[in-house]
Write a protein that binds this ligand. Structure first.
Ligand code: ZN
Length: 150
């Protein structure tokens, strides 16, 4: 299947049926609020990190366009069960592959998230795709206030 077709299929699926949404895990201990003024996407990300530094549970609330919602949904699936360090690595990998023209997606790191690179065909929407990841990163760092994609 072409990346483009796969991209559309995955985005549609996750947008129709977002995982871990609207969801605030019981005992969530890290939170952040993210906003993409270009599109109006707005999410709260809630993360429960255990004593060993493992992301036990994660969910998001709020509203956004199809791409931002699908990306947030995929983000929650991708980081659940991972360590905070691994989640940070994934955030940087996604960020790099979506914002750096020359970055080559590494299948090994990105796994299923590779499909997100389809958004590069629509440069206006890249910030929609990265919003949930910025918000996750802010939550893990206990950043106060609202994270914006600007
Ligand atoms: Zn958007």
């Amino acid at each position: 299947m072409e990346l483009r077709d796969l991209y559309e299929e995955v985005i549609l699926d996750h947008n129709r049926n977002p995982r871990n949404y609207p969801y605030r895990p019981p005992g969530a201990n890290h939170h952040a609020h993210g906003f993409n003024p270009l599109c109006g996407d707005e999410f709260q990300v809630h993360v429960k990190v255990d004593d060993a530094g493992i992301i036990e549970d994660v969910g998001f609330e709020g509203a956004g366009c199809a791409i931002s919602t699908a990306s947030a949904s995929m983000m929650t699936e991708a980081v659940k069960g991972k360590t905070v360090k691994e989640a940070e690595r994934l955030f940087h990998a996604v960020q790099d592959v979506l914002t750096d023209e020359s970055a080559e997606p590494s299948d090994e790191t990105l796994g299923k998230l590779k499909v997100l690179t389809g958004v590069k065909e629509f440069p206006m929407r890249v910030k929609c795709a990265t919003l949930a990841w910025h918000t996750l990163n802010a939550a893990l760092h206990d950043q106060e206030g609202t994270v914006t994609t600007e």
